[in-house]
Design a protein around this ligand. Structure first.
Ligand code: NAP
Length: 289
């Protein structure tokens, strides 16, 4: 599809998605806010609500995949109003434009809309965010559904993959700290279902075929943060990693962190959005590449 607009292409997932779409001859259009990593990207600041429609009118996209966000829970907790403009009001403006022009709209939500006490979660599980980031993302989902009923909602799990010019995933800091033998404190009581960014991007593209649906895009393996650390160490060939296994209650947290966000990916697999490999297979592929 020509002229597919991806917001947030200077970010980790957006960068990967932009290049995947280019490989497929989609002719994507990207946006940045502070990091103009590619001269082809267009400036979009979602806090400047008045400027959004003018940019969309000039780009005239045939589809919008909305990834741009205030994506760090600690930032959202301490900068609630700015984050709200970006995550909720900005998303509403984009979805309203998409609806008025009857084009597909895909929104990146998160596993953090769940409370972490009732895993595994399915698309119809009760949503109960415990931090500001999760609350804003769920409010955005709700507003988007109101102003653009055909929107596709995607709830991403923890995503990892190769770094990009301006962004990286947890894999990069784990790798750095493990290789430098820095002591890593990792939770044994915080669980995620991590998914690699390559599988994620393919699933996002496939999801354009499913208006008005909600999908959870998650990996197959439920892993604690400390299990993730030991698996990455193993893939790097580090036999005695300097990992200190701790519990969430042992350290002060910058923002409330849901404990168990394991999401079920059966619906995404049934609709053939993805068939993820195991976490071990994927990190070996990424780290050895
Ligand atoms: N990565 C994950 O594990 C994960 C998990 C669940 C959900 N998600 C969701 O997936 C999406 C992409 O995540 P990501 O990890 O790629 O995020 P990221 O690396 O933090 O990138 C965020 C993007 O949003 C842009 N942005 C920030 N403030 C903006 C503003 N005021 N106006 C317009 N654009 C702005 C950034 O632009 P600049 O850098 O140029 O400022 C960047 O391109 C987000 O919606 C996130 O909530 C991610």
């Amino acid at each position: 599809m020509e002229n597919t607009l991806i917001t947030g292409t200077s970010g980790f997932i957006g960068w990967h998605l932009f290049h995947e779409l280019e490989k497929r001859q989609f002719i994507p259009v990207g946006t940045y806010c502070n990091h103009d990593g590619d001269h082809r990207f267009h400036k979009l600041d979602l806090t400047k609500l008045d400027s959004i429609n003018a940019l969309l009118d000039s780009l005239a996209p045939n589809a919008i995949i909305h990834l741009a966000a205030a994506s760090k829970p600690a930032f959202c907790e301490t900068n609630k109003e700015i984050a709200y403009k970006i995550n909720v009001k900005g998303s509403e403006a984009l979805a309203t434009w998409a609806n008025a022009h009857q084009i597909p709209f895909v929104f990146a939500s998160t596993d953090q809309i769940y409370d972490g006490e009732n895993a595994p979660y399915g698309e119809h599980s009760v949503v109960l965010p415990i931090n500001e980031y999760g609350r804003q993302k769920f409010e955005a989902e709700t507003v988007i559904k109101t102003v653009c009923p055909s929107a596709t909602l995607l709830r991403f799990a923890l995503i990892y993959g190769k770094s990009t010019p301006y962004a990286e995933s947890f894999l990069q800091w784990l790798e750095r700290d493990l290789i430098s033998n820095k002591t890593l404190q990792l939770f044994s009581d915080e669980y995620r279902t991590p998914l690699d960014v390559e599988t994620l991007c393919n699933a996002i593209i496939e999801s354009l075929n499913y208006p008005a649906e909600t999908f959870q895009l998650a990996g197959n393996d439920k892993l604690s943060r400390s299990e993730i650390g030991f698996l990455v160490a193993g893939a790097l060939g580090i036999l005695n990693p300097n990992i200190e296994v701790i519990k969430q209650s042992e350290v002060p947290l910058q923002s409330p962190r849901p404990k168990d966000l394991a999401m079920c990916n059966e619906k995404a697999k049934r609709y053939r959005l993805m068939q993820p490999l195991s976490f071990s297979e994927m990190i070996e592929k990424i780290l050895l590449d």
